[in-house]
Write a protein that binds this ligand. Structure first.
Ligand code: AHG
Ligand code: MN
Ligand code: MN
Ligand code: MN
Length: 335
């Protein structure tokens, strides 16, 4: 039996496609892989190790932090800091970005933005959670301190992005702008193996993922779109099936593999929606586009938005291209 290629082998084999700093980006992806394994191990034993529940603090998002939010954040930061590939990091869980300007890091070329644990509300009930990451090349010169502008780059400037899902199996999915590939963790061997090569959204889909409990707050166009997906039309496979886990990364992964659309629209109580442009929407938008899908705020391409602040929120519609375009049509016609 021919064995699958490992993530480490894949990274090295494909680094010729990176436009620059080949070795550093490979090493950075390896650090993420290692941190992902460490978080995975913690999550697997969470119910036994008294690491479920709340940490007792609020994060900058105004959310109550789970113990595993804090733990995953610490694991990723310490693992990425150990080596010299990044000059700074910003996280959903930290008020401000970190500056790594000691001897090892000051000449590094990259910054990382991370949602260390996505789907926190699902941790205590054994439902899939994940980690989402986004990597940019810094704008400020190497050797200087990293600045806010290094983090506030539009998503089109990402050099790599990806996620881990800690679910029925643990899967790492990433892109460096040359397609999307997924690797499943074999816990016996301790390695990720290529299991999902060249992922593409199927041509059509008939699943929609939205928190319909917020329906009353949605804009008129989204309300009409939701009614439309629920109408009977056999030729168009409607009504669509509803699937919403409360873990963005799990909903995104399922929709990318099986076809579907994810919506977190703006509402009267959340004028810009809930999801964070830098830690959640941009990395998933990059993956979506690389897999032939689309991501928009309802009117504009997510990756072209100019971020104004670190923890900025944005309405998010993402999935099969034609499904996203249909939702956009409803939004535009109700403007
Ligand atoms: P996080 O756990 O990183 O704070 O992200 C939570 C996000 C996302 O994973 C999910 O899709 C969404 O919040 C769920 O929000 P609602 O509970 O409002 O539907
Ligand atoms: Mn959170
Ligand atoms: Mn999240
Ligand atoms: Mn999170």
């Amino acid at each position: 039996m021919e064995r699958h290629i490992t993530l480490g082998e894949f990274i090295v084999e494909n680094q010729k496609d990176f436009p620059y700093a080949k070795g550093e980006l490979s090493a950075l992806l390896s650090s993420i892989r290692l941190a992902g394994k460490m978080v995975n191990q913690q999550i697997n034993k969470a119910g036994l190790a008294e690491i479920l529940g709340k940490a007792g603090k609020e994060n900058i998002q105004g959310e109550s932090q789970a113990k595993l939010d804090v733990m995953a954040n610490d694991i990723f930061i310490s693992s990425l800091r150990k080596r010299g590939e990044i000059c700074g990091l910003a996280s959903e869980e930290l008020e401000d970005y970190l500056v790594f300007d000691d001897r090892i890091h000051k000449n590094a070329k990259y910054v990382v933005l991370i949602d260390p644990l996505d789907g926190s509300s699902n941790i205590d009930v054994g439902i899939t959670v994940g980690t989402i990451f986004s990597i940019y090349r810094r704008i400020t010169p190497e050797g200087s301190k990293v600045e806010l502008k290094d983090y506030l780059q539009p998503g089109t400037k990402q050099v790599a992005a990806g996620y881990l899902i800690y679910g029925t199996s643990t899967i790492l999915v990433y892109t460096t702008g040359n397609g999307v590939n997924g690797f499943t963790f074999d816990p016996g061997i301790g390695s990720f193996f290529l299991s999902h090569p060249s992922i593409k959204f199927p041509a059509t889909g008939s699943t929609y993922s939205v928190n319909e409990g917020n329906y009353v707050h949605f804009p008129a166009g989204i309300k009409k779109y939701i009614k439309w997906v629920q109408e009977l039309n056999e030729e168009e496979n409607r009504p669509f099936t509803s699937r919403y886990t409360g873990s963005l990364v799990a909903d995104f992964h399922r929709n990318m593999l099986l076809g579907g659309i994810y919506l977190y629209p703006q509402g009267t109580t959340a004028p810009k929606g809930k999801l964070r442009l830098l830690y959640e929407c941009n990395p998933l938008a990059f993956l979506a586009e690389q897999a032939g899908g689309k991501a928009s705020d309802g009117l504009k391409r997510i990756m072209e938005l100019q971020p104004e602040e670190l923890h900025e929120r944005v309405p998010f519609i993402c999935g099969n291209k034609e499904m996203v375009e249909k939702a956009e049509e409803f939004l535009t016609s109700c403007k």
